[in-house]
Design a protein around this ligand. Structure first.
Ligand SMILES: [Fe+2]
Ligand SMILES: [Fe+2]
Length: 406
């Protein structure tokens, strides 16, 4: 059985199934391990890891630890009630309609960000005007319909990971600001910092940046210099707000002091950097990398929730989760009527998305596929379902939505 335990509960003879530490980028060289002696426990503590998942079928048990299933159920319940307490602004145009505009914005973003990165690589001054124009367009798109651009930036080819990651983090910040009515000027300051937060990576050798495996310690050391590089570039660029280079410098700091480069704790980290840290980790988790596949967005939200206990500002994480919506497009859900479906759109009620229904679990029978707008229905979401269990991908339920991405 998979169980979640505190690092202090670990003992030799326990098998670690998942170090649960992707809140640190590229942190450990192995994914699973049998604990042979206390050395690894000390390493985990020194890294700031608080909780891990163990496999009791492959090693010793920890009696009163919660099972992964129980943890998941608790987190899902918390996410559901979190959504009840929040509102997100209603979309003013449909997802499909906005997707056409968002596609052009994505294209423009690729050009603008590639130029910014190339300029830095060549030691030229960073030109910010084009990025500000781009951010404005992204902001408008998100306020019309947040899902189009947020989903579109997930689709990226391998070599444009860093580029699209920056755009995606920018889009999440804009979405957060839009959901929380942050004034326009402040929104722009935060977004430009988010767009440029990883510019320092341009100065990290490509062999390290795009390495298709885990980095060794010396490579990690080089990689961990990128926030300082980012800050240096942004500080020397005329007209950028102080908050932007702070985001460059401190987006890898963690709320409990276990981040880098300065190990800042709590409110010693600025609001912008706390927020960028959450968006940065969420995007990294849910996007495909050169060495691993991204997890689905619901799984990503669960992880943010779990880690907010230690590594992020808790309230801010909750606000961030609400801004995305706990039933994002692509989430597989069970309805109160026991029917199973996939979320294909949001409505102005965060708890009542549009669901494509394909199975009746009460009758244990597939049903002819139909779309149900829960904001106009007595039915509601009961909880999440595992998309793998229902073979959502193989059922091609989502094809028309996905096909419109390209
Ligand atoms: Fe970074
Ligand atoms: Fe990043």
């Amino acid at each position: 059985m998979i169980k979640k335990v505190k690092v202090e509960q670990l003992e030799p003879g326990i098998f670690v199934h998942d170090f649960n530490c992707e809140w640190r980028e590229n942190s450990l060289r192995v994914d699973q391990l049998m604990i042979k002696d206390r050395r690894i426990i000390d390493i985990l503590s020194s890294m700031g890891v608080q909780e891990v998942y163990i496999d009791t079928d492959r090693g010793r048990d920890v009696r009163d630890a919660k099972s992964a299933f129980e943890v998941k159920r608790e987190v899902d319940k918390a996410l559901h009630s979190m959504a009840k307490n929040g509102t997100t602004p209603a979309a003013t145009v449909s997802f499909t309609e906005e997707l056409q505009v968002a596609k052009n914005i994505k294209k423009q973003a690729t050009t603008v960000m590639a130029k910014a990165m190339e300029d830095v690589r060549q030691g030229k001054a960073l030109e910010t005007e084009g990025t500000y124009v781009l951010i404005d367009k992204m902001n408008e798109s998100i306020s019309r319909n947040k899902d189009a651009l947020l989903l579109l930036t997930k689709i990226r080819n391998k070599d444009e990971y860093t580029l699209m990651h920056s755009v995606s983090v920018g889009a999440y910040i804009l979405n957060f600001c839009n959901a929380n009515q942050i004034p326009h000027r402040r929104t722009m300051d935060l977004a430009i910092g988010a767009m440029f937060h990883d510019l320092g990576k341009t100065l990290v050798p490509l062999t390290i940046l795009n390495k298709p495996g885990k980095l060794v310690e010396s490579e990690l050391e080089v990689m961990r210099r990128h926030p300082e590089y980012s800050a240096k570039i942004l500080r020397s660029t005329e007209g950028l707000p102080a908050e932007s280079y702070d985001i460059g410098l401190h987006h890898h700091e963690r709320f409990d002091g276990n981040g880098y480069p300065h190990g800042l704790k709590g409110d010693k980290i600025t609001f912008g950097s706390q927020l960028a840290a959450i968006a940065d980790v969420f995007d990294a988790l849910t996007s495909d990398r050169c060495y691993k596949k991204g997890i689905d967005r619901v799984a990503g939200l669960r992880k943010l929730y779990e880690w907010s206990e230690f590594h992020f500002n808790k309230e801010l994480t909750y606000q961030f989760i609400r801004s995305i919506g706990v039933y994002p497009i692509g989430a597989c859900v069970k309805l109160e009527s026991e029917r199973i479906g996939v979320v294909i759109g949001s409505t102005d009620d965060v708890l009542r998305p549009v669901v494509r229904v394909f199975y009746d679990d009460r009758k244990k029978n597939p049903v002819p596929v139909y779309d149900l707008d829960l904001s106009h229905s007595d039915d509601g979401v009961q909880g999440y379902e595992d998309p793998l269990k229902w073979q959502v991908q193989r059922e091609k339920l989502f094809d028309d939505v996905q096909a419109s991405f390209f």
